[in-house]
Structures are given as structure tokens and as C-alpha cells.
Write a protein that binds this ligand. Structure first.
Ligand code: NAD
Length: 299
């Protein structure tokens, strides 16, 4: 069954380059009308220009597709609101939001300044919140919505020099978890991409040979699937160079420790069992996870 987006409107942030551009071209090629947002700044978030977004719009129109450009800074809620109003005025609905815009301020934690954290959190986390919030009630009223967050393995697993970025990227997983739960009854599905791709973000950190294999276009089909009618929800899809996997938060089986052994030494004695991943499980919602503490099985 072929996946199409005819009649659907997709808003892609940071779509003037890299992964966002690849997503936008693919949505347009499969029939979506696309809002190409890009602030057009440099990799560290300075400067701005609408030429990158406009170039992608031109490319889509040339191929017979429908697209508009928008230069909003996703970190600014007023600009985001105006962008959503522009999209509604032009296309009348918004079905898909891909939160993709991002910047880097890589520094060791020792050298990091509060401003680096603030800027990176503003763009990645507040940007995704601002855009999701601006489309949320539209999607609720339509009883249809697909939202993507873009996280990173740096957040999921840790990477030297990326404390600000990892903090912002992991926060998006928490945001997805709650929006997926709250969106369920209105057919709003919320998923997260953890990509690896050759873009200006990675051009100087990955080997040239690897860069040739990991074009953004080899990630994008995963995004289109997660924004389709049949999409699952609350999935973290890791993707790069045509290879895909899913990531999740898991927890080991609960170990209840009786009061007489409830000491630091008692924890140390049982820590091997507490941290035994062979019995790990996933929880669909917090209520399931909390239950083990409220009514523990004594072992
Ligand atoms: P990129 O720099 O090519 O693209 C990011 C785009 O976002 C740029 O065009 C930029 O102008 C735009 N942007 C930045 N700040 C913005 C703002 N405030 N408002 C609107 N637009 C803004 O980088 P990319 O690699 O394509 O990154 C896309 C996303 O994927 C980012 O969220 C990034 O963190 C994430 N990511 C990328 C990789 C990778 O391997 N490339 C790995 C993990 C995560």
C-alpha cells in the first residue's frame, strides 16, 4: 500500500537545509502541501536569512508541488504563531509538524556558559514546544495530527562536549511521551527521530567515507512512515544511511527490600539483581510504573 499525503499540509522546521530539506522534498513529492520554515542562521544559531527556505520552496514548485516559505525563529512564540496563521491562511489546515530545526554549541561542560545552554534549549526544546503548541488545538479540532520530534543519540546515550545539546534533545523525549498520551484520543500521533546524516552539523565530525553513505534522504522514509495515516505513536526511531532501529526507556524488574535490610549495605548486596537487565520491561504510562512502588511484591 503506497503512503501518500494528498490533501495533507506538513510544516517542517529548519527545512532550508540538511534533514529538514530532505523531509520537505519527500513530503511534497508524495502530495503534501508544505510549509518550509527556516531561520537561515549559521550552525551555532547566529545570523538569519530567508533565502534557504525560499530555495527549497522554489525546488518544490519547479517539480509541480505546493509550498510556502517562512523565516520564523522557532524559539520565538510570536513568530511561530504568525507562521501557523500564515499556513492556515494559505492551506486551511495543518496535519503534520516535523520539529527539526536545530543548532549546535558544542563545548565541554567545564567551558560551557549559561548562554550556551539557554540558546540551545530555546531552539531545540522551546522551539519544539512553541510549534507543537501552536498546531495542537488545530490538530485536536481536526481529530488528526502527526508530530515528530528530533532527538539525538548524544542525548539518548551521552557524548563528550554536548551537555547543552543532550539536555535539550533528551527533553524532547519527555515532551513526546506526554503529547503522545494526551493526543491519543484525538488521533494525534507523536514520534521522535534520532537521525545520523551528512549535513553541516556532522560534516566536520564524521569521516568522509561515512558521510558519503549517510545522506539525509536515507533517513527521511522513516519520518514519512511515522507521519502517515497508519503511524504508530510514542516511538523513537533511530535512523542513518538506510539502517533503522527503535530505542526505548526500559526498567529492570522491581526488587522489594524488606525493612530489616533497607540500608545502604542492603542495597549494595542486592544491586546486581536491581540492575539485572535480563528482566527489563517497558511501561506504557507512568501509572503502570508507579504501581510497583505502591503495591510491591515482597521478594
Ligand atoms: P542543519 O544545520 O543542516 O539543519 C538545521 C536547520 O535548522 C538549518 O537550516 C537552520 O537554519 C535551521 N534552524 C536553526 N535554528 C533555527 C531556528 N531558531 N528557527 C528556525 N530554523 C532554525 O542540520 P541537520 O543535521 O539537518 O539537523 C536537523 C535536526 O537533526 C537537528 O534538530 C539536529 O539536532 C538533528 N540531528 C542531526 C544529526 C545529524 O547527524 N545530522 C544527528 C542527530 C540529530
Amino acid at each position: 500500500m503506497s503512503i501518500r499525503f494528498d490533501g495533507k499540509v506538513a510544516l517542517i522546521t529548519g527545512a532550508g537545509a540538511g534533514l529538514g530539506r530532505a523531509h520537505a522534498l519527500a513530503f511534497a513529492a508524495r502530495g503534501a502541501k508544505v510549509v518550509i520554515n527556516d531561520f537561515g542562521g549559521s550552525r551555532d544559531g547566529t545570523g538569519s536569512s530567508t533565502s534557504a527556505a525560499q530555495a527549497v520552496v522554489d525546488e518544490i514548485r519547479k517539480a509541480g508541488g505546493s509550498a510556502i516559505a517562512n523565516g520564523a525563529n522557532v524559539a520565538d512564540p510570536a513568530q511561530v504563531q504568525a507562521m501557523v496563521e500564515q499556513a492556515m491562511a494559505e492551506f486551511g489546515r495543518i496535519d503534520i509538524l516535523v520539529n527539526n530545526a536545530g543548532i549546535l554549541r558544542d563545548k565541554s561542560f567545564s567551558k560551557s556558559q549559561p548562554e550556551d545552554f539557554k540558546l540551545v534549549l530555546d531552539v531545540h526544546l522551546m522551539g519544539s514546544i512553541n510549534c507543537s503548541k501552536a498546531v495542537w488545538d488545530i490538530m485536536r479540532a481536526q481529530e488528526y495530527g502527526r508530530i515528530m520530534m528530533t532527538t539525538s543519540a548524544a542525548g539518548l546515550y551521552g557524548n563528550f562536549g554536548q551537555a547543552n545539546y543532550a539536555a535539550a534533545k533528551m527533553a524532547l523525549v519527555g515532551l513526546m511521551n506526554v503529547l503522545a498520551v494526551e493526543g491519543r484520543k484525538n488521533n494525534i500521533k507523536v514520534n521522535t527521530l534520532a537521525p545520523v546524516a551528512a549535513t553541516r552539523m556532522t560534516e566536520d565530525v564524521l569521516p568522509a567515507e561515512a558521510l558519503q553513505r549517510i545522506q539525509p534522504e536515507r533517513v527521511t522514509p522513516g519520518v514519512l512512515y511515522l507521519c502517515s495515516e497508519e503511524a504508530p505513536t510514542k516511538v523513537i526511531l533511530a535512523a542513518g544511511g538506510g539502517t533503522f532501529s527503535t530505542a526505548t526507556i526500559m526498567e529492570t524488574a522491581p526488587v522489594h527490600i524488606a525493612d530489616e535490610a533497607l540500608t545502604p549495605e542492603g542495597i549494595a548486596a542486592r544491586f546486581g539483581q536491581i540492575a539485572d537487565w535480563s528482566t527489563a520491561r517497558q511501561y506504557a504510562e507512568v501509572t503502570q510504573q508507579v504501581q510497583q512502588f505502591l503495591a510491591p511484591a515482597v521478594q
